[in-house]
Write a protein that binds this ligand. Structure first.
Ligand code: ZN
Length: 273
């Protein structure tokens, strides 16, 4: 996403898969609207290389902005393609450039510990990356999100903005409010199905099959649980959400892990008589 202003362009993220086409897109838009084409600011949504790995293309004069944790992660990663941000913030930051405005907000860890919400109030447009996937289910393993309760809550935070347009960071189209509502329904169903599965799936056959090999029992049980939890969700959303049949089994597996470690729902492995 980028915003043209009287004083230059504010870019949000620089995906390496787009690379130099970022500069061509800026040139096209600024030629059409008569605003300067120099990119003066680059906002980082989060530290992942698939979103900001072309940052170095913008040179050393651009002012980079990210959440405080974003800077820590990028200093650690020490990747020449992803220079750490020059300006950092904790909870919120208003970026005003050339008569235009972006509201940056950190609402706690979700997909990553540094993932932020970038809102353009004048355009009712929100960018938040790797949280809502318009038209698709979340990528394998709930988009490798690091804080699952935080990530589930981030969907609701995204809906709480009075926005009409969502830039989700993947899959080539913008999102509507209906896209967010559909994904929340999918995740609500997946969580409920996982809870019902862990409450009802009998572990006895797995103990009988694997004896005292605790890890094998655990693995076989949760593989079976993922299938049982995912099947009805796949059936319900097939034709509504792309890749529902591809990723829901892995998404269910991560949901079980989170149920255990975040929600304290240990299922048949939680009893200590
Ligand atoms: Zn990411």
């Amino acid at each position: 996403m980028f915003l043209t202003t009287r004083d230059g362009v504010v870019m949000v993220d620089a995906p390496p898969t787009i690379g130099h086409n970022l500069l061509r897109a800026v040139a096209d838009v600024t030629q059409a609207n008569g605003r300067p084409s120099a990119i003066t600011h680059l906002v980082y949504s989060h530290s992942h290389a698939d979103h900001i790995g072309a940052s170095s293309l913008l040179g050393s004069d651009v002012v980079r902005i990210g959440q405080r944790e974003n800077r820590r992660l990028l200093v650690r990663d020490d990747d020449p393609h992803r220079p750490p941000p020059d300006i950092t913030f904790g909870d919120s930051y208003v970026l005003s450039v050339g008569g235009e405005r972006l509201d940056l907000a950190f609402h706690g860890p979700n997909h990553t510990p540094d993932n932020i919400f970038i809102y353009a109030p004048d355009y009712q447009t929100l960018m938040v990356v790797d949280v809502i996937f318009p038209g698709w289910v979340p990528f394998k393993n709930l988009a490798i999100s690091q804080d699952i309760p935080g990530w589930i809550g981030a969907q609701d935070v995204a809906m709480s903005y009075p926005r009409q347009t969502l830039a989700g960071g993947h899959l080539g189209r913008l999102g509507t409010r209906a896209d967010g509502e559909l994904q929340i329904a999918y995740m609500t169903d997946l969580l409920a199905s996982a809870r019902a599965t862990i409450a009802s799936l009998d572990p006895t056959p797995f103990f009988q099959q694997y004896g005292n090999n605790g890890w094998a029992i655990f693995q076989a049980y949760f593989n079976a649980a993922a299938v049982q939890a995912a099947d009805p969700v796949v059936a319900k959303y097939l034709g509504q959400l792309a890749a529902v049949d591809v990723f829901t089994y892995d998404n269910a597996t991560i949901m079980f892990e989170s149920l255990r470690v975040d929600y304290g729902d240990l299922g048949p492995f939680g009893d200590h008589p």
